[in-house]
Write a protein that binds this ligand. Structure first.
Ligand code: DQA
Length: 147
């Protein structure tokens, strides 16, 4: 069975209680379950990870090389700051779909810049947890369309 990595950055472990007016009440565990249920219909395995540490996120991206079809990445605040994450994505040459629960373009100006976007297939932002499912579909369309 093929697999994809769904990788979550800092503070996303607090979803459910973190600023629910921005991020809603869904927890990261709920999102993982939604993704697994969605993927089952596509004969796809989901590897679901979260870390608050930039280097650990980079290690997860490296580990995906040669193992996974691609990556769904919500890098949290590292989206706006991390050249190292961007370089990791460029290095592994895997398709990446960038996801954000909130619409980062409708928020503070510092969230409008994404270091991930130029090396991603595309970005999905503002649709809450549903964005992860849209990202899985986009990744599958891209990779299976290319087979
Ligand atoms: C986020 C948006 C980021 O700006 C923020 O730092 C997050 C979550 C989102 O999913 O909307 O941690 O990536």
């Amino acid at each position: 069975m093929t697999s994809i990595l769904i990788l979550n950055g800092p503070n996303l472990n607090l979803l459910g209680t973190r600023q629910p007016e921005v991020y809603g009440h869904v927890t990261l565990t709920d999102i993982a379950e939604m993704c697994r249920a969605h993927a089952a219909a596509h004969d796809l395995e989901i590897l679901f990870e979260q870390s608050n540490h930039e280097g650990q996120l980079i290690d997860h991206i490296h580990a995906a090389r040669g193992r996974d079809l691609g990556i769904v990445l919500n890098a949290g605040a590292y989206t706006h700051t991390s050249v190292a994450l961007r370089d990791a994505i460029s290095s592994v040459e895997l398709p990446v779909v960038e996801v954000h629960l909130s619409n980062i373009h409708a928020r503070e100006p510092f969230r409008h810049l994404s270091h991930i976007a130029p090396v991603a297939l595309g970005q999905i932002a503002g649709f809450g947890a549903k964005g992860y499912l849209l990202a899985i579909d986009a990744l599958l369309d891209h990779t299976r369309g290319a087979e």
